[in-house]
Design a protein around this ligand. Sequence first.
Ligand code: SF4
Length: 238
Amino acid sequence: MSDLHARVEETRGILARIARDFSPAVFASSLAAEDMVLTDLILKAGLPIGIFSLETGRLHKETLEVLDKVRDHYGVEIALFRPQPALVEEYVGKNGLNAFYDSVEMRKECCRVRKVEPLGRALAGKKAWITGQRRAQSTTRAELAVQEDDAAHGMAKFNPLADWSEQDVWQYIRDNNVPYNSLHERGYPSIGCEPCTRAIQPGEDIRAGRWWWENPESKECGLHLVDGKLIRIKSVAA
Ligand code: SF4
């Protein structure tokens, strides 16, 4: 059995266990390549795991097009959670539309309004959530475990692709004809909001295009942080 085949089988097993033991569980998809692998595995197995995405209001049109690709390919609508208009108006009115370039604090506050608050609504009442994070993606993810105790949201958090490589992800996408964001073909290995993501040069770190004006240690959007601080998420043996 090839390494990838073994990884796929293991990931299928993890997803089936989440569906069985942690219902209701949801998958937070950023619509990036990793998340399309998980989408494919969840939908083809017919698992009762809801899939949602955070529509921040600042996404690339290519990212929004992935929603259409998923609908066409699988006949499934990904649920969208949007920021509260009043909170966006308050932030923009007080700080300006692109204040996130001014400081890490301003950036985290924008992420809080556009991502963290909607995420809280998406996770309400759930027993577990799933992400497409991988260890190899950045220095902040080097110790990522497959299963974590997310104390901030009071539930389990799963990263079923934690030990997948970039090559594994693309091999799976090619082998299974999985739809993906066309920006990946234009130098964007990691994709977030449009004003906070840029293409990278060959050889650069794969998250170098995310919040490129900040240092690597602060490059998380707050979804895995509490009140701006990294939470010590307790790893749980899978
Ligand atoms: S990634 Fe940028 S635009 Fe998107 S929520 Fe965070 S700071 Fe705001």
